[in-house]
Design a protein around this ligand. Structure first.
Ligand code: FE
Length: 387
């Protein structure tokens, strides 16, 4: 981690204000209170690391983060890319007067950026999908603990960090889809059935470099141990209908096109097709059957989108207010539905297409434990030849 002296930090901040040609401030149509700084980090990380100059707080609160010194703004680094999130941030600004500045990029790229910026980082809140990414962020020590009782009361313990380093904001399930015309193989109910030797050349799934698969395997390690998890992964590889490729959407399209009978995907991808206004996409959704695995056992694997306040946050109190706001009932519904996810607050019911997929029994494994098995999961994927 980079630690700059105070004067070096000022020089750094002066420098980075000059280096912003690739950032495009976009005035939002509904309100101009929030500004979205869309950045492209891939291939330009050395430069984009400096690009945060445009979202510098007006005051330099320094390391003490005293609320009285905070600018009336909060700087969000987000791995989520939904207009509905921006609409929520605008509502927050309207209610509080606190401006929300957003930089969007991939979760891992944003972690690297925060680490490189060190104590000169303007970032207050990091939002990302998947507890596995939150774990990676935690390992880089970019979060501070926040044990606000209001936050803890809203987010079930299963979906937040035990020391308050991050909080879940929405949930997703990793489910099994199948081509309705082809049907599921007889008796197929659980993740284990994906590894059954009766099901050769049936499965489409994305690469093991993807965090969703790493977290799923991490959950199997947590429940059944490494040996069983490895045997499972080996069995799934033996049943591939094609070499892993594309994202979860690709698996859906392949299942609909009968390239494979079965797919492993996150729930929101399915909801996007099933609930689509686009006739072609809805037709693909019509071809899909949905199985929530392990309903008679531990339940279906659950993951989250979540957020944590950063160690060097200049506007930590504002970030805490934004977190509280995102966990209110009204925000929860909007935040979840923006990506067809399930609200994390238990009293808020799922809505939209994802609700139409039906109620199901969810695995109660604390998502904070997934990271602990991530390294083992990656090693297993390598050993069994899951590309
Ligand atoms: Fe996704």
């Amino acid at each position: 981690m980079t630690h700059l002296t105070s004067s070096a930090a000022q020089t750094f901040k002066s420098l980075i204000r000059l280096l912003t040609p690739y950032q495009r401030p976009i005035a939002l149509p509904a309100l101009n209170t929030a500004v979205l700084w869309r950045t492209t980090l891939t291939g330009a990380m050395a430069l984009t690391a400096a690009a945060c100059g445009e979202v510098q707080p007006e005051t330099d609160a320094g390391a003490d983060n005293a609320p009285s010194q905070e600018a009336s703004e909060v700087n969000v680094y987000s791995g989520r890319h939904y207009e509905s999130d921006i609409t929520l941030f605008n509502t927050f600004t309207e209610k509080t007067g606190i401006k929300v500045n957003v930089i969007e990029a991939g979760g891992d790229a944003l972690i690297e950026r925060v680490v490189r910026e060190g104590d000169a980082s303007p970032a207050d809140l990091f939002i990302t999908a998947d507890a596995g990414i939150l774990w990676r962020a935690e390992q880089r020590e970019i979060f501070r603990s926040n044990n606000n009782e209001a936050l803890k009361a809203r987010v079930p313990a299963q979906f937040r960090h035990p020391e308050g380093k991050w909080y879940g904001l929405s949930k997703r399930a990793r489910i099994i889809i199948y081509n309705k015309e082809m049907g599921l193989p007889e008796g197929f109910r659980n993740y284990d059935d994906l590894a059954n030797s009766d099901n050769v050349e049936t499965i489409c799934v994305r690469s093991s470099s993807n965090i969703y698969n790493q977290s799923l395997l991490a959950s199997i390690i947590a429940h059944e141990g490494e040996a069983v998890a490895e045997a499972w992964a080996r069995g799934v590889v033996a049943n591939f209908a094609r070499k892993p490729q594309g994202n979860d959407t690709s698996q859906i399209e392949a299942v609909a096109a009968r390239l494979c009978r079965i797919g492993i995907v996150n729930s929101y991808y399915v909801a996007r097709f099933v609930g689509s206004d686009d006739a072609d996409k809805a037709a693909i959704g019509d071809k899909l059957g949905v199985l929530f695995p392990n309903q008679e056992g531990r339940g279906t694997h659950i993951n989250i989108s979540g957020a944590g306040i950063l160690t060097h946050a200049p506007n930590a109190a504002n970030a805490e207010r934004l977190l509280e706001f995102l966990l209110r009932d009204e925000s929860q519904e909007a935040f979840a539905i923006g990506n067809n996810e399930y609200p994390v607050v238990a009293s808020v019911a799922p809505s939209g297409p994802v609700a139409a997929l039906g109620a199901f029994r969810a695995d109660d494994l604390p998502v904070a434990t997934l990271g602990a098995n991530q390294h083992s999961a990656v090693q297993i994927f390598d050993r069994v030849g899951w590309p």
